[in-house]
Design a protein around this ligand. Structure first.
Ligand SMILES: Cc1ncc(C[n+]2csc(CCOP(=O)(O)OP(=O)(O)O)c2C)c(N)n1
Length: 678
């Protein structure tokens, strides 16, 4: 029996309406108990979700991470109770009835919006509208890329998305659907909750888009159906699964379906229905059961749907064991995301070469050389750039581009779509099989920031290569010169922000980013050439310490100069000048604040010293005070940059060795006079 006929057999005793009402009332009751949440969307999309989960979705609650499962993304994350209800009904261990009763409460598995890693069965964190659909594009892309490498027997699944008006109004959705249409990601099916209501009221208040025409213009297969007609939903999904491009099924639904006084209005969107209205809804939908009560036959039917996935899962496992051993081990290694032994050798070799040759190159160029080495030894590295490949230098020489008909490549031309690139990289990382990295200019980190934040929240390994990291980029001027970006990115928890100072540090930063399996990283790289000061590369990776002593005077230490990236060379120059006046300056390179903060107090004190400290970075001060203390001085930017050659800008903005020397002398004086006063 195929899946469809099994589904029909499973469902024969219980009506579609009862199956869908089970979702509706779990959502109604949980939101009511929490006195908070969004009942309207689950009530409206319950029919669509029932058809999808009961007749099409390939999933196994007993093995939620089964690699060939279909991915289901609830892009309209405010409707989280739809997902929690489905996870409970189909038998996921994490989501019990008790957890539904504790919806939105401290410590529960059912937080306000679905959180990846918090609850099994949640494929990605959603809530910020538009992120889900764009993340799903990455998942659908990863699926096709893995399929091209490993074939139908191992990789053959769909990515389904439920997205609402809000997701489609967000600009991110444009980038995402455009990319998906271009790449012909035909395993992506978006079920649009076309209820024409958002928080303020009718969508006609703010939006006149013809969504079908819009998606069609981006190369999608589109159609509109009655989202409360199970036969129409079934037919649409069945037919769109055959499409050779991504599909949009606009499901015309009624928000809050079944609630006599709220349905079809914004009142159903984001507030509990209240006791009287719930009673009226129970009557209207002929659901005479108590809150959270699901009659046994309905629950049994739903659970049987969950169990059915075990068959497909075990058939897949059988296929995995029949496959050639070498292919299987490559497949498992890719999914595991482990770095190969060859990778460690490649990093060691390039560190050794850089330290011997001591090249005077931009860190973006050093990064290019690192990529040339590691992409050859690490085939699951999936690179790309938002149309700045030749500036970001992100294309490893062995990498073939991914094209709509050539999905066996490993380099993606994301186009000028920074936000979609960042969100798609999240989806690629979540899907498994690849370690995604992608490039743009650091100043455009703002365009991708919402997706970077979600990556940090989810704890996924995504690597952003952000070049042109300061006024050092020169003539392009203040629009392109990042000033506040380092500070603002460092403010995101669980995100590693690296600013390597030379070629060796660049190789080490890459290694750290790749080793950070549960954190995203940003590599901030210079446009301009920087001298290589590191010649000691045999020992441990020093960037992994976050900050370390680059120059340490014998005996006495009068001042510590702490710098990052291109400004480490300025600090070293300043230290040499101070030495001439018998002032002993230590120099610290601090390529990653986050990792330094994780070191022991002892190590941090040894690096920072007890005396006065100067921070040097061609950016705003941000949280530098934590390293230089209240008494320290910061040599950096206080406002926007300007258009001029880099050396002129450094001089005019006072980020020079002379300025660092002057700051050192001032702080030493202050420090000494305070010591005398005491
Ligand atoms: C980026 C972002 N902006 C705003 C919100 C707040 N918000 C949550 S739901 C919503 C309205 C969404 O409307 P729609 O997608 O039509 O959902 P429905 O009313 O059908 O449930 C808004 C503005 C958000 N979650 N994310």
């Amino acid at each position: 029996m195929n899946i469809e006929s099994r589904a029909k057999a499973v469902e024969s005793n219980v009506s579609h309406r009862d199956m869908a009402n089970a979702i509706r009332f779990l959502a109604i009751d949980a939101v009511e108990k929490a006195r908070s949440g969004h009942p309207g969307m689950p009530m409206g999309m319950a029919d669509v979700a029932t058809v999808l989960f009961s007749r099409f979705l390939k999933f196994n609650p007993a093995d939620p991470a089964w690699p060939d499962r279909d991915r289901f993304v609830l892009s309209a994350g405010h409707g989280s109770m739809l997902l929690y209800a489905l996870l409970y009904l189909t038998g996921y261990e994490d989501v019990t009835l008790d957890q539904l009763k504790r919806f939105r409460q401290w410590g529960s598995k059912t937080p306000g919006h679905p959180e990846y890693g918090h609850t099994t069965g949640i494929e990605t964190t959603t809530g910020p509208l538009g992120q889900g659909i764009a993340t799903a594009v990455g998942m659908a892309l990863a699926e096709r890329l893995m399929n091209a490498r490993f074939g139908n027997a191992l990789v053959d699944h769909f990515t389904y998305v439920i997205a609402g008006d809000g997701c489609l109004m967000e600009g991110l959705s444009h980038e995402a659907i455009s990319l998906a249409g271009h790449l012909k990601l035909n395993r992506l099916i978006v079920l649009f909750d076309d209820n024409e209501i958002s928080i303020d009221g009718s969508t006609s208040l703010s939006c006149s888009d013809d969504q079908l025409a819009r998606f069609a213009a981006s190369g999608w297969s589109v159609r509109r159906i009655d989202g409360h007609d199970p036969a129409a939903i079934h037919r649409a999904i069945e037919e769109e699964r055959q499409s050779d491009c991504p599909s949009l099924i606009a499901c015309r639904t009624v928000i809050g379906f079944g609630s006599p006084h709220r349905q079809g209005t914004e009142k159903a969107h984001g507030a509990p229905l209240g006791g009287d209205e719930i009673a009226a809804t129970r009557i209207a939908l002929q659901w005479p059961y108590q809150p959270f009560e699901i009659p046994e036959d309905i629950l049994t039917t739903w659970r049987a749907i969950g169990v059915r996935g075990e068959l497909a899962c075990s058939a897949w496992t059988d296929r995995l064991w029949q496959i050639d051993v070498e292919v299987r081990s490559r497949f498992e290694a890719a999914l595991d995301g482990k770095l190969s032994n060859a990778h460690a050798d490649a990093i060691a070799a390039i560190r050794a070469r850089f330290s011997t040759e001591r090249p005077n190159i931009a860190t973006r160029q050093a990064s290019q050389q690192v990529l040339d080495e590691i992409t050859a030894s690490q085939p699951n590295l999936l690179g790309g750039s938002a149309d700045l490949t030749h500036s970001n230098l992100t294309h490893g020489k062995s990498q073939k581009p991914v094209r709509r008909c050539l999905l066996d490549g490993s380099y993606i031309h994301y186009g000028v779509r920074e936000h979609a690139m960042a969100a798609a990289m999240n989806g690629i990382a979540l899907h498994g099989g690849f370690i995604p990295y992608g490039g743009t200019f650091l100043t455009f980190a703002d365009y991708s920031r919402p997706a970077i934040r979600i990556a940090a929240l989810m704890g996924v390994r995504v690597i952003h290569v952000m070049t042109h990291d300061s006024i050092g980029l020169g003539e392009d001027g203040p629009t392109h010169q990042p000033i506040e970006h380092l500070a603002s990115l460092r403010a995101i928890p669980n995100l590693l922000v690296f600013r390597p100072a030379d070629a060796v540090e660049t190789a080490e930063a890459w290694d750290c980013a790749l080793q950070a399996k549960h954190r995203p990283s940003i590599l901030c790289l210079s446009r301009q050439a920087l001298p290589t000061f590191r010649s000691d590369t045999r020992g441990a990776n020093k960037v992994a310490l976050g900050a370390y002593l680059v120059a340490n005077p014998e005996g006495r230490r009068d001042v510590t100069l702490i710098a990052t990236g291109s400004e480490v060379a300025i600090a070293l120059d300043a230290a040499r000048r101070l030495a001439k006046a018998d002032i002993r300056a230590a120099v610290v390179s601090a390529p990653c604040f986050d990792l330094f903060a994780e070191q022991t107090d002892e190590y941090r004190s040894a690096v920072l010293g007890r005396g006065p400290r100067i921070g040097i970075e061609a950016a705003i001060q941000g949280d530098w005070t934590r390293w230089i203390g209240e008494d320290g001085e910061f040599v950096g930017m206080t406002g926007f940059g300007a258009s001029a050659p880099a050396d002129v800008l450094y001089r005019e903005f006072g980020i020079t060795a002379e300025a660092a020397v002057a700051a050192a002398l001032r702080t030493i004086d202050r420090h000494n006079s305070r010591s005398i006063d005491q």
